[in-house]
Design a protein around this ligand. Structure first.
Ligand code: NAP
Length: 246
C-alpha cells in the first residue's frame, strides 16, 4: 500500500527530505510551497504551490490527498504555517512532525543583542552604528522605514514599500561564503549586522564575518513553535518517518 508524506517546504531541509523519500518504494511525496518567491528552488517529486486558506482548509486538503503523515519543514520564522499545520493535522487525524534546525549561538568575541521582533531590532540600532547590513528578508522592512540610518538590504526578491529611506538593495540568494561576506561588509563600511536567528550553515558566514570585523549583531529571536514532535535534522526526520509509516 502506498503511504503519502506531505512536506511543508520552503527550506533546504524540506528539499533534502523530499530527495531522500522520492524514490522509496511505496511512498508518495507531496511538497507544498507558499508561492512567495518568484523563482523558487523546487523540491523533487510532486509540488503544490500556494496557501491553503487556513487550517480547516488544509485539513480538508490532507484528507483529500490521503496524507498519512505531515512533516512541517518550513522556515523557523514561518510561524503561521507551523501553527496552521499543527491544527490541521489534528483536525485530519494525521501525525505531524516539525523539522526545525537549531538556532545560532554566540561564540567568543561576538557582540550580539537579541530582539523579540523587527520593531525591537530597529529600536536597538541607534548607538550601534550608522551603516546597517539588514538580512532579515523582504517581509517586515517597514520596521526600519523611519530610521535615519543607512541600510544595505539583502534579500531574494525585491521588497515592497515602506522601506528604509536611505538604502541600497542587493538581490541575491545564499549560500554565502566567509570571504564574500567580509568583502561585502568592508566595501559598504558596515557597522552593524541585523539578522533573524534562522540557524543553519547556508547563511551563517555573515555572523563569522561580523565576529572577525568586531561588529555588533542584532539578532531577532525565533517565534514560538507548536507543541508537536520535533526533530532538528533530516536524518532524525527520516528515522521518525520509518516508525510513523511502519
Ligand atoms: P507564514 O507567515 O508562516 O505563512 C503565511 C501563509 O503562507 C500561511 O498561513 C500559508 O497560507 C502560506 N504558507 C506558508 N508556507 C507554506 C507552505 N510551505 N505551503 C503552503 N502554504 C504555505 O510564512 P512566511 O514567513 O510568509 O514564509 C513563507 C514560506 O517561505 C514558508 O514556506 C517558509 O518555509 C519559506 N521561508 C520563509 C522565510 C522567513 O524568513 N519567514 C525564510 C525562508 C523561507 P494559508 O494560511 O492560506 O494556508
Amino acid at each position: 500500500m502506498t503511504r503519502s508524506v506531505v512536506i511543508l517546504g520552503g527550506t533546504g531541509e524540506a528539499r533534502e527530505l523530499a530527495a531522500h523519500l522520492v524514490d522509496r518504494q511505496g511512498v508518495r511525496v507531496v511538497s507544498t510551497l507558499a508561492g512567495r518567491v518568484r523563482e523558487p528552488r523546487l523540491p523533487v517529486g510532486e509540488v503544490r504551490v500556494g496557501g491553503f486558506g487556513g487550517p480547516e482548509r488544509m485539513a480538508d486538503w490532507l484528507r483529500a490527498e490521503g496524507a498519512d503523515v505531515v512533516v512541517d519543514a518550513t522556515h523557523p520564522f514561518a510561524a503561521r504555517i507551523s501553527e496552521s499545520a499543527a491544527v490541521a493535522a489534528g483536525l485530519a487525524g494525521v501525525p505531524v512532525l516539525l523539522l526545525r534546525r537549531p538556532g545560532w549561538s554566540p561564540g567568543n568575541g561576538d557582540h550580539w543583542r537579541w530582539a523579540d521582533s523587527l520593531d525591537e531590532a530597529a529600536e536597538l540600532l541607534p548607538g550601534l552604528g550608522e551603516r546597517v547590513f539588514l538580512t532579515t528578508g523582504r517581509q517586515g522592512l517597514s520596521a526600519f522605514a523611519g530610521s535615519p540610518l543607512w541600510f544595505l538590504v539583502r534579500c531574494v526578491d525585491a521588497p515592497t514599500p515602506p522601506l528604509p529611506q536611505r538604502m541600497r538593495l542587493l538581490l541575491s540568494r545564499g549560500p554565502y561564503a566567509l570571504d564574500g561576506e567580509l568583502d561585502l561588509m568592508r566595501t559598504h563600511r558596515i557597522d552593524v549586522l541585523v539578522t533573524k536567528d534562522s540557524g543553519g550553515e547556508h547563511t551563517v558566514a555573515k555572523l563569522h564575518a561580523a565576529r572577525l570585523l568586531r561588529k555588533p549583531v542584532v539578532i531577532v529571536r525565533r517565534p514560538a513553535v507548536p507543541d508537536v514532535p520535533t526533530v532538528a535534522t533530516v536524518d532524525h526526520a527520516l528515522s521518525w518517518l520509518d516508525t510513523a509509516l511502519g
